[in-house]
Design a protein around this ligand. Sequence first.
Ligand SMILES: [Zn+2]
Length: 282
Amino acid sequence: MPELPEVETIRRGLDKFILNQTIQEVHVLCEKSFRGNKKWLLGQKIIKIDRRGKALLIQLENNMWMMVHLRMTGQMIFVGDEKFAAGHPDGGFTEKMPGRHTRVYFDFTNGTHLYFNDQRKFGFIAVLDELGLHEDKFLNKLAPEPWDMKPDDFWTMLQRHKAAPIKAVILDQGNIAGVGNIYADEGCFYAKILPWRRCDSLDRDEADLLLRGLCEVMQASIDSGGSTMKDYVRADGTKGSYLEKFAQVFRREGLECRRCGGMIEKTRVAGRGTHYCKGCQK
Ligand SMILES: [Zn+2]
């Protein structure tokens, strides 16, 4: 599953390659992977590449939108003079396009192409008008992303969840959007709090520090090209280096804490593998 920084990396790649391109034809090779009427897209210029949480939102001149969910195995592959691929690397990147796992693809009027590959078919592209976008269930339940959330609102949200473990609460996209497993662990390390503590055990300074930590670790990942998981690659097909460069606790169990010299340990919180330092997280 890509995390938000990976999807933001893909958004930036698409912005570079398909912005202002006009769609000539849409080929739907798998009905399940495409929702809506492709006629709404034909002859339309792409005027904006946006993102909400892990969904890509592509706006067309006629105010229709394509919402792209990559889910587990989605890939976006652009083929023109330059080629770029982003998403899950199941080998589809290097195949001749359309490939085995191509579900939908677009021809642009300048002779370039964009392919949506999805091995397991959990992802999809939906065509929506403004109202459909406004009423979309997925988008509607998304809370603000960390950098769009005020410390007061974050604090109020935590108070609502009282006894729930902090990590479970910040992983819920309805509470704060885009925080995946890695960033939850790194954010708690940043704020020096143990991920399983009850929400109502945090004081205001700890809560403020946690929000700042989430912003910092996710921004650092975006700046380094996303790619937090070893099986995700950047828009140009190379692997990101977030984990080696920035991870303080994630997948560092058994190693020395860079802050206090203690040992990083691993446990389970909210059903997820959770990394922490017993020495400096309270
Ligand atoms: Zn430590």
